[in-house]
Design a protein around this ligand. Structure first.
Ligand code: HMG
Ligand code: MG
Length: 318
């Protein structure tokens, strides 16, 4: 076991979380406040926006306004998704600190998500990454469907490794491995990671696990053991992918933080402030909170104290 001593949490809720909200378009001011609250919790990497087609993802249509509205904190990365050069140029104009390109290990998924094949997506990224380099903007790369595809089913670890290697060789500094539909289990996650880590250094990999089948925390524990030290999360477990019907949000930031605290792994994030933020955003959106830790802390269910465990006071009946 080689758990890392520090984990960088990338909170993707303003993007992955909000992109999938049905109902009315969320006000820009709410998005801005969410991002500012997350930074105040101690999160140093926030995926704040997405420069994609507003026809495809209406909730992200105001990304430029969101970026303009944030009071930026020093040392915080405010990143955005960019599927092509048009998206990159808009992101650059909006002053993002970092961009992320995204493809998948499954052609069928890429086709539904960004209307091209894996190879075509890579071709689109070449000039984008070149331009980003000229402007000193780091580029992250996502590989979706790393543990299964809603259209193609099983995905082999070798496929994930091949696409990840292509993105890394193009110049992505970090590859985030997406269990887009949350179907993975710990052994599968380990095997996939082992295959990818034969091509790319472990410290250039991140885990991006959705929690559809309730396995995300177990999967994370498995890949932390393998040496993963960057984890994508979403406050309150918000979100999903519009092109993966029924997929639930990313594993909740506060649930992961609670796990990491229990493992003595540092993140620099304040759990109590995070729970407040989680409650706040769910109230704004009028939706139930998907984070178990926030539900527990809201109801003031405390961990048993030594006194609670000592049942001698009631005759030893519990
Ligand atoms: P397309 O229709 O093939 O694009 O869409 P096109 O180049 O043919 O252009 C069509 C129209 O879109 C044109 O406008 C373009 O200007 C416009 P028109 O002339 O018709 O008025 N357009 C754009 N507008 C704004 N921003 C842009 C842009 N590009 C073209 N960047 C495209 C291709 C990629 C744009 C489209 O398929 C799209 O936006 N898809 C949305 C993908 C998306 O956001 N998916 C969800 C995020 S990915 C995810 O959640 C997975 C992840 O979390 C990891 C995981 O969980 O696995 C990252
Ligand atoms: Mg995702």
């Amino acid at each position: 076991m080689t758990f890392p001593t520090h984990v960088r949490l990338v909170d993707v809720s303003p993007r992955d979380g909000l992109q999938n909200e049905s109902g009315p378009v969320i006000a820009t001011a709410i998005k801005v406040e969410l991002i500012e609250r997350l930074a105040a919790c101690g999160l140093k990497h926030i995926e704040a926006a997405s420069f994609v087609s507003p026809k495809w993802v209406p909730q992200m249509a105001d990304s430029s306004k969101v970026m303009a509205g944030i009071h930026r904190q020093q040392g915080v990365i405010y990143s955005a998704l960019t599927p092509n050069m048009k998206g990159f140029e808009a992101a650059l104009a909006a002053g993002v600190s970092e961009v992320a390109v995204f493809t998948a290990a499954s052609d069928a998924f890429v086709q539904k998500n960004i209307n091209c094949s894996i190879q075509e997506s890579i071709q689109r990224f070449i000039p984008l990454i070149e331009k980003a380099k000229q402007h000193g903007i780091p580029v992250r790369g996502y590989v979706s469907t790393a543990l299964g595809c809603p259209y193609a089913g099983e995905i082999s670890p070798a496929q994930v490794a091949a696409v990840s290697r292509d993105l890394y060789q193009l110049g992505c500094y970090e590859i985030s491995l997406g269990d887009t539909i949350g179907v993975g289990t710990p052994l599968k996650a380990k095997r996939m990671l082992e295959a990818v880590a034969r091509e790319i250094p472990m410290n250039a990999l991140a885990a991006h696990f959705h929690d559809t089948y309730g396995q995300a925390l177990a999967n994370l524990y498995a890949v932390l053991e393998e040496g993963i030290s960057v984890v994508d999360t979403s406050v309150a477990g918000l979100g999903g992918c519009p092109y993966a019907q029924g997929a639930s949000g990313n594993v909740a930031t506060e649930d992961v933080l609670y796990l990491l605290e229990g493992l003595d792994i540092e993140t620099g994030v304040n759990l109590h402030k995070l729970v407040e933020t989680s409650d706040w955003i769910c109230t704004q959106l009028g939706r139930q909170n998907g984070a178990r830790v926030t539900q527990a802390m809201r109801h003031e269910i405390t961990k048993p104290t030594t006194l609670d465990l000592d049942n001698s006071h009631n005759g030893g009946n519990i």
